[in-house]
Design a protein around this ligand. Structure first.
Ligand code: FHN
Length: 488
């Protein structure tokens, strides 16, 4: 359904676009550095991205060594930000790389775990705000090459994840606390300007280096692009984006990279998306399809409230449960988005046991139900309190039940086809688990003549969500009775 709704959207976009350009004056603000494209991408690489459903994010760097603690004190902020804490001397942080020796790191083991969880893509921090590079960049000494470990972690991860058929996107922070030219405020003096130019060249070099070193990486996931200094570089960043895209046809870049001519981020001054997908959903999600306006998007989510890198003490905030991640993933897919769950391995290269457990539980659920996730998308069936609909093509509808009704009946409201000589019928109904058939009962009509069905659903033995499939079809009204055998 995702594919179909995008095509319909594009068709309407082309058609309405012409109307809107007269009516709403979509391009009323003249922009040289606005969106490069109106509407979603239609190429194969983007279609593959759209079908992921579930991804894994990994935040890993030298911040995993202190793990949210320094000199016996606890840092309550996000562990990967500990360098900005005034209780930790900068020089201590900046020397941590000399101890970075994750002897337990095993890229293949991480990749297998991600595969078993059901992830179709990995977003890996090549460099976070501290500037430490997990790849041996030739443009700085602050890299993995100068740690006792030495090995190119990004290469090992890209190879291992690709071997498990998982696409890899490279996270890259524009903020770089380690580079002398980096600054948050726009450079004012000639000296500042010159050193900011150096920083820009350094950034460009590193990005080109990453694409050259890791030719199978499918995307760049930018972060730390909110500083005024960077925002004001819009024309230069736009040019750089073009250069990167030219280097790697099909490269996927979200909305966090560049601003427009007027400093607008994510969406330009005409309301058009900057980049290939909306990257604003960090630890939050959209509520309706309408608010998304047809754009692609991903949601990146932490396990504790705001911890991306490894923090050894998870008792400080609420820690989400596998059920909640499944719920968020299904919700994301029901709104045509991807759900990306973050992991923060420790300084030795271990994925923490709590995350391993979460990955196992999600994986067990995906083994049975992933058909409702991969390649699925929004359905026009009206959402009900028991959970979410996702859909594939015209006729496969998935009902993920998160709130099992006490009367053991899952009620659905059947949408009326646009063509009123047609009706939607249910040809087949079954549980995804074991394909056991499900009994569908007629549940009458409301005062608007909408049809309702109840699907019999015995009280589940597990507390995890379960999924029904309804195979549906639009038929002529007068043929309806030939198809209703499935309904009791
Ligand atoms: O500051 C970072 C944070 O540490 C983390 O990397 C997240 C991931 O989306 N991004 C930034 C905040 O937006």
């Amino acid at each position: 359904m995702k594919k179909i709704s995008i095509i319909v959207f594009l068709f309407c976009g082309i058609f309405l676009g012409n109307i809107q350009s007269q009516q709403v004056k979509r391009s009323s603000v003249p922009l040289e550095h606005g969106a490069d494209r109106i509407g979603p991408r239609t190429d194969e690489a983007m279609q593959k991205w759209r079908e992921y459903g579930l991804g894994q994010f990994i935040h890993w760097g030298v911040y995993a060594i202190p793990g949210g603690h320094w000199n016996g004190e606890v840092y309550r902020g996000a562990a990967e930000w500990i360098r900005s804490w005034n209780r930790m001397p900068r020089s201590d942080y900046d020397n941590l790389y000399k101890q970075f020796n994750p002897v337990n790191f095993d890229a293949k083991r991480w990749a297998r775990q991600a595969k078993d969880m059901g992830a179709k893509c990995l977003i890996i921090t090549t460099k976070h705000h501290d500037g430490f590079c997990l790849w041996p960049s030739k443009y700085t000494d602050y890299t993995i090459a100068n740690t006792p470990y030495k090995r190119d972690i990004i290469k090992e991860l890209v190879d291992a994840y690709n071997a498990e058929s998982i696409d890899v996107t490279l996270y890259f922070s524009i903020i770089d606390w380690n580079h002398r030219g980096y600054r948050a405020r726009p450079p004012a003096t000639d000296e500042e300007k010159a050193s900011y130019e150096e920083f820009k060249q350094f950034t460009r070099n590193q990005l080109i280096e990453l694409l050259q070193n890791y030719p199978t990486a499918t995307g760049l996931w930018f972060d730390g692009t909110w500083d005024q200094a960077w925002i004001q570089q819009a024309p230069w960043v736009h040019e750089l984006e073009r250069e990167l895209r030219a280097m790697r046809p099909g490269l996927i870049i979200g909305s966090r990279f560049r601003a427009d001519d007027h400093g607008k981020r994510h969406y330009d001054s005409n309301g058009d998306l900057l980049g290939d997908y909306d990257q604003t959903y960090e630890r939050n999600m959209p509520e309706t399809l309408e608010e998304l306006n047809g754009v692609d998007w991903d949601c990146v989510m932490t396990v504790p409230e705001n911890q991306w890198g490894y923090h050894s003490d998870w008792s400080l905030t609420y820690v989400k449960k596998p059920f909640e991640f499944i719920e968020m993933m299904v919700k994301a897919v029901s709104l045509n988005g991807n759900f990306v769950l973050n992991f923060g391995p420790d300084g030795k290269g271990n994925i923490r046991p709590e995350e391993t457990e979460i990955a196992k539980e999600i994986g067990a659920w995906m083994k049975v139900n992933s058909e409702a996730i991969y390649g699925a998308g929004n359905s026009n069936w009206e959402k009900q309190g028991w959970g979410y609909y996702t859909q594939k093509g015209d006729n496969k509808l998935y009902l993920t039940v998160l709130n099992h009704p006490l009367n053991n009946m899952v009620r659905v409201k059947v949408p009326r086809p646009a063509d009123n000589t047609k009706v939607t019928i249910v040809e087949k109904a079954y549980f995804l688990d074991g394909k056991k058939p499900a009994i569908v009962r007629n549940a009458g009509r409301d005062k608007f003549n909408n049809i309702y069905y109840d699907i019999e659903s015995p009280r589940p033995s597990s507390t995890m969500p379960y999924v029904f499939v309804l195979e549906i079809r639009e038929v002529n009204r007068d043929e309806r009775d030939n198809y209703q055998q499935a309904i009791m």
